[in-house]
Design a protein around this ligand. Structure first.
Ligand SMILES: Nc1ncnc2c1ncn2[C@@H]1O[C@H](COP(=O)(O)OP(=O)(O)OP(=O)(O)O)[C@@H](O)[C@H]1O
Length: 331
């Protein structure tokens, strides 16, 4: 059974100009033990999908879906408190800017110890429990590769470097022994070494603990070597999803291909100093969404049929939404 199963998730936002569909029939399935990459340009709706999963959207926004289940339980019909309980027990989220997610007035040690769930404590007396919390926190801090646990635990969020803070967030995410970690662009703005350390850490967590990871990023290159499965978003629509290797080898959607082509490492035949290819134009704002396939105005293969939203098609485990997919030219 899949952990998370989302079918046709639609999110409408009320802007000054009226209601707009920020997410339009999004599909996302995450299986146990899988690293799933959710990829798309800035503004494609990755963060609001994360917020929709954990139920952190403003109440006035309209969320509908044909199916949105967590381990078979329907998230949409659950009461707010039931849903909070499910999320607290099973899902941990790591946000883009780790320092914004921490309390600036508490030391890191105080914050991680507070998160240790009581079921992980064996002692009865509170002073023994405090020591147990400390032990669990230190173990986790070491596990994520922070050597000086004392310095880390005594520091306030503003006193530590961003990459150490992100590793610490991963330690915090592991405290509750979740089934799924959602990492919302955790390496954004980091330099290459720090980025690769965070990626390796998440990959190790996945292998050692069999933990599922939903890795949200606009950086296809960063995650392509670690993710098993990938879903590509464009402007609030799912354009393609499938096994990472399959998508890299034979993408069917022009947008996925454009993303792959814009990453130098996927183009081995590229002569030095030649320009990287990219799609013309930019992602539209919510106020100016094109009708039908939202890639239409930027798509090199667009034809008149593209004013109708393409249905999801399936080839084995590979899903795509395009009237004129690559390699399948209509006569
Ligand atoms: N609170 C909000 N009010 C109005 N529109 C919003 C709000 N939050 C997000 N949006 C809009 O929803 C769309 C998707 O935003 P989202 O932050 O999910 O994109 P993203 O893919 O995560 O981008 P990034 O990679 O930059 O974080 C954008 O057009 C954004 O302007």
């Amino acid at each position: 059974m899949s952990l998370l199963d989302i079918k046709n998730l639609t999110l409408e936002i009320d802007l000054a100009s009226g209601w707009v569909k920020a997410l339009d029939k999004i599909n996302l399935v995450i299986n146990e033990g899988q690293i799933h990459a959710l990829v798309g340009e800035s503004g494609s709706g990755k963060s609001i999908i994360v917020k929709a999963i954990v139920g952190a959207l403003p109440d006035r926004w309209r969320v509908t879906a044909d199916r949105m289940t967590w381990r078979g339980q329907d998230l949409l019909t659950m009461s707010a408190s039931e849903r909070r309980k499910v999320i607290r027990n099973d899902i941990s989220v790591i946000f883009q800017n780790p320092k914004n997610s921490l309390d600036p007035l508490l030391t890191l040690g105080e914050q991680i110890k507070e998160l240790v769930p009581t079921y992980r404590l064996e002692s009865f007396w509170f002073w023994q429990r405090a020591a147990e919390r400390e032990k669990i926190a230190i173990e986790l801090i070491h596990k994520v590769g922070i050597k000086d646990h004392k310095l880390c635990m005594q520091s306030y969020p503003h006193q530590i470097a961003n990459d150490v803070c992100q590793k610490f967030m991963i330690a915090m995410a592991l405290v509750s022994e979740p089934k799924l970690i959602i990492a919302d662009d955790p390496t954004r703005g980091m330099e290459v070494t720090a980025k690769s350390q965070i990626l390796k850490l998440l990959s190790r967590v996945n292998q050692v603990r069999k933990l599922s990871v939903l890795f949200v990023s606009h950086d296809l290159l960063a995650i392509s070597s670690m993710a098993h499965y990938m879903t590509v978003l464009y402007c609030g629509q799912t354009v393609e999803s499938g096994k990472m290797l399959q998508l890299r080898k034979r993408a069917l959607h022009p947008y996925t291909q454009a993303l792959l082509d814009s990453a130098p490492s996927f183009r081995k035949e590229l002569p030095p100093k030649s320009p990287l290819s990219s799609l013309d134009g930019t992602i539209p704002t919510l106020q100016h969404l094109p009708i039908g396939c939202r890639l239409g105005p930027r798509c090199p293969r667009a034809r008149k049929e593209c004013v109708v939203v393409p249905a999801v098609r399936r080839v084995h485990e590979h899903y795509y939404s395009c009237h004129y997919p690559l390699h399948w030219d209509k006569k």
